[in-house]
Design a protein around this ligand. Structure first.
Ligand SMILES: [Zn+2]
Length: 321
């Protein structure tokens, strides 16, 4: 499960220090990573990719103050900022500086160290929030970035409302019924790919209530005995996945809403046969959906899920929700 291993310290108390960002950029005691066109800047490494990090002195002094910088925290004691670029940073970086390669994080995650994927996921989620909160939700005026990129304030002097980064909680649940688990598929997914049931938590609702509602809406199954498993930030674009196990109270599947194209019960024996043959494609191994499946599936008398999955000829693309 990725995006949960943080090798950095957020140092959130530094965000309100007015001169902090300016000092870091002026003295060069910082590292910058770049985001452009919703893609993250990387460099090729022996095993795949590393984050492309640059000292602020790589950016001409007269352009440093224009940077839309978000203070992410400290990596091995060095402050790290993400820079959102409106144009390719080849024009921003000084001469002789090799610009980063921009890749979709979701596609590149398997080629990054776990800690790097977490930091880039954090940066990408912050970038999404900035881009989608350029205007004040109260009065419609432009907003401006503050607190080292962790707040946006309305520029209308009669409003000045502060807006803070948000995360959308979503539940994801493995529903078990004796020796079978409930999996569903969306129309847009590759053929034969199935995953656990997921959906957003609504206002005024607990995650456990969301589990009951979503499973019933999507599959017609009633559930009980809902137990928290783990959580995973999912920065595509800004969710927090709350993982649960639940037990089924009914067996007959009925697709009430249009969320799923199909849902069905899969027994352990079917998974043992169909995953290696490619008849059933499981979710990505980096996702909490996979961890939920593993936790349910793995028992002393069956080979581990990852082992039988390895035998499968096809891999599902990295998607969730
Ligand atoms: Zn406003």
């Amino acid at each position: 499960m990725l995006y949960v291993q943080s090798g950095y310290v957020r140092q959130s108390l530094h965000r309100r220090r007015q001169s902090y960002l300016k000092n870091c950029l002026d003295t060069g005691q910082a590292q910058l990573l770049f985001i452009f066109d919703r893609k993250v800047g990387v460099v090729r490494s022996e095993n795949g990719f590393d984050i492309a990090l640059f000292g602020p002195d790589r950016v001409p002094r007269d352009r440093r103050e224009m940077l839309q910088a978000v203070f992410l925290g400290e990596l091995d004691g060095t402050p790290v900022f993400s820079i959102a670029c409106e144009e390719h940073p080849r024009n921003l970086l000084g001469l002789g500086c090799q610009p980063p390669l921009f890749v979709e994080l979701r596609q590149a995650t398997g080629m990054l160290a776990a800690e790097s994927a977490s930091l880039l996921g954090y940066a990408l989620a912050m970038d999404h929030w900035h881009r989608s909160h350029r205007f004040c939700g109260a009065c419609g005026s432009l907003t401006a970035s503050g607190e080292s990129g962790h707040m946006r304030i309305c520029t209308n002097p009669d409003c000045e409302r502060k807006h803070f980064p948000r995360t959308d909680p979503a539940i994801i649940v493995l529903v078990a019924n004796n020796d079978a688990c409930l999996l569903g598929r969306k129309r847009e997914w590759p053929d034969r790919r199935y995953s656990t049931i997921a959906g957003f938590v609504e206002p005024g609702e607990t995650p456990e209530q969301a589990v009951q509602r979503e499973v019933f809406e999507e599959t017609g199954i009633h559930v009980a005995n809902i137990k928290y498993f783990a959580s995973q930030p999912w920065p595509f674009p800004g969710s927090l996945m709350l993982g649960y196990h639940a037990g089924a109270l009914s067996e007959t599947i009925k697709l009430h809403d249009d969320e799923l194209q199909d849902a069905r019960w899969y027994t352990r024996d079917e998974i043992l046969d169909w995953v290696p043959s490619g008849r059933l494609l499981l979710p990505s191994q980096i996702s909490i959906a996979y961890s939920l499946l593993e936790e349910w599936f793995n028992r002393d008398d069956v080979p581990p899920l990852r082992e039988i999955d390895k035998q499968g000829q096809h891999r599902a693309p990295i998607t969730q929700l």
